[in-house]
Design a protein around this ligand. Sequence first.
Ligand SMILES: Nc1ncnc2c1ncn2[C@@H]1O[C@H](COP(=O)(O)OP(=O)(O)OP(=O)(O)O)[C@@H](O)[C@H]1O
Ligand SMILES: [Mg+2]
Length: 258
Amino acid sequence: MGNTSVVLRNVSKQFHRKTSGPLTALSDVNLEIAPGEIYALVGPSGCGKSTILNLVAGFDHPTGGSVTVDGQPVSRPGPDRGVVFQEHGLFPWLTAMDNVRFGLDVRKIPDSAEKAQYFLRAVGLAGFEKHYPRELSGGMRQRVALARVLANGPSVILMDEPFGALDAQTRLSMQELLLDVWTEFRPTILFITHDVDEAIFVADRIGVMTTRPGRIMTELRSALPRPRTYHDLASAEFGRLKEQILMSIREVIAAKTE
Ligand SMILES: Nc1ncnc2c1ncn2[C@@H]1O[C@H](COP(=O)(O)OP(=O)(O)OP(=O)(O)O)[C@@H](O)[C@H]1O
Ligand SMILES: [Mg+2]
């Protein structure tokens, strides 16, 4: 596995649009995420965060440069990389249990029911196996989406604003859940968020992106301990990171308006 899990080297991405010229979404992006690291990406809307995630997921391909996961070039989506979006993407006609089992059954993995149950329990949903998505709250649906990803045993979890649609209180409990899940399974996590506090609370490192064409402008390493609690939100280290991130974001915005 080596000492890197996700590597983007000199990655660029152009989109070809029918009605106007090509659009350069990413230019010269370099990113290395270590195995078991939680890396948060913040940056202005449209800077290319989701584009990066899509390249790592294998939903799209770079125009230039390389994207590798555990040393292998990414060519297509795979169960080694689980994706959680803001919208849970559950099948509404399947129960929580059957949503989590679905991918396992497609891949003919044995004991899928037991595995699904185990991961639903891990995200705090024991007793809700037979509920349909419409019978669950927004936070619970995101828990099912996370259980579905975990059931595949991914080495990398890619999360694009996963808690963005949740109310503040649910969001906090989901952040804690994510850290619990990380403690238990130690996946590598790429976590995209607009919320600076959220980025600091969950991440080992935080990358701040420039406006389009996006690059990673600054990377900050967190010295917050693990396991983390909400007391850490009031710590000096939290304040230091927040100030630095906000300063970087201001620089990005200032550079845009020059
Ligand atoms: N399939 C596509 N075709 C054309 N342009 C695209 C496509 N996907 C993304 N883009 C453009 O690439 C740029 C980066 O988009 P991306 O979705 O990665 O931004 P983002 O940082 O995730 O933004 P947000 O924070 O709003 O989610 C944007 O200008 C967007 O319009
Ligand atoms: Mg996005």
